[in-house]
Design a protein around this ligand. Structure first.
Ligand SMILES: [Zn+2]
Length: 216
């Protein structure tokens, strides 16, 4: 499965009429968060493939609409894309799951989690992964996340620290890939792919075209 994976930044080469020429044949689109809806919707419309995403930590990428009264907290979703947070999905033979947001660093209402809260998210998703294992012989192939794991591609300042619970996730469920964003890259020599146990951890910022295959 050839996946176009995007994160954190509107990339002019993709947000253009030439996107299909640039990316070639694509089977699926994945968003790793902190992206405006219009960007994901544009890519979905132009490339016309199934699209899955998780939210990042930033309120700015979330579009609100008025709920009842003065409540502007109702979060809207990109049209036609599937929110993978704490869910599983199967696209072709590829088993996917998602975990949104980042480590908690302020009192924002949504999209930030303590490591313990993220572990609970994982535990709540676990029954669906165990069902996968029974049906397909593996828990999942791809974890779509916004944050990196602790100690892998993360940074010392609190907002950019990774989740220790993601290390636990990889130990328990052995995905072939963990895709994340959140860590913006400004230099070419920064490591963006790291093997941890059975998992290739990949920072996709700002976009990657990846051949994602189930483990044989
Ligand atoms: Zn982020």
């Amino acid at each position: 499965m050839r996946a176009l994976v995007v994160s954190d930044k509107v990339e002019p080469i993709l947000y253009s009429a030439g996107i299909n020429r640039h990316v070639g044949e694509i089977d699926l689109i994945i968003g790793c968060g902190d992206l405006p809806h219009y960007y994901l919707e544009f890519i979905m419309t132009m490339v016309s493939r199934p699209t899955y995403y998780v939210y990042g930590n930033h309120g700015r990428e979330v579009e609100y609409q008025s709920g009842k009264g003065e409540d502007w907290q109702q979060v809207t979703e990109p049209m036609g894309a599937e929110n993978l947070h704490m869910r599983t999905a199967r696209e072709g033979s590829l088993l996917m799951a998602g975990l949104e947001g980042s480590i908690r660093y302020n009192n924002a209402r949504r999209f930030q989690y303590t490591d313990t809260e993220m572990l609970f998210n994982i535990l709540r998703m676990a029954p669906r992964l165990i069902t996968n294992k029974a049906r397909f012989g593996r828990y999942l192939d791809v974890l779509v996340a916004h944050s990196p794991p602790w100690g892998i591609h993360d940074q010392p300042d609190v907002p950019h620290q990774g989740f220790k619970s993601f290390l636990t996730f990889m130990k328990w469920f052995r995905p072939r890939y963990l895709l994340h964003g959140h860590i913006h890259l400004y230099r070419r020599d920064v490591v963006t792919e790291t093997r941890y146990l059975d998992t290739d951890v990949i920072n996709v910022y700002p976009y990657r075209i990846l051949d994602l295959e189930p483990r044989a």
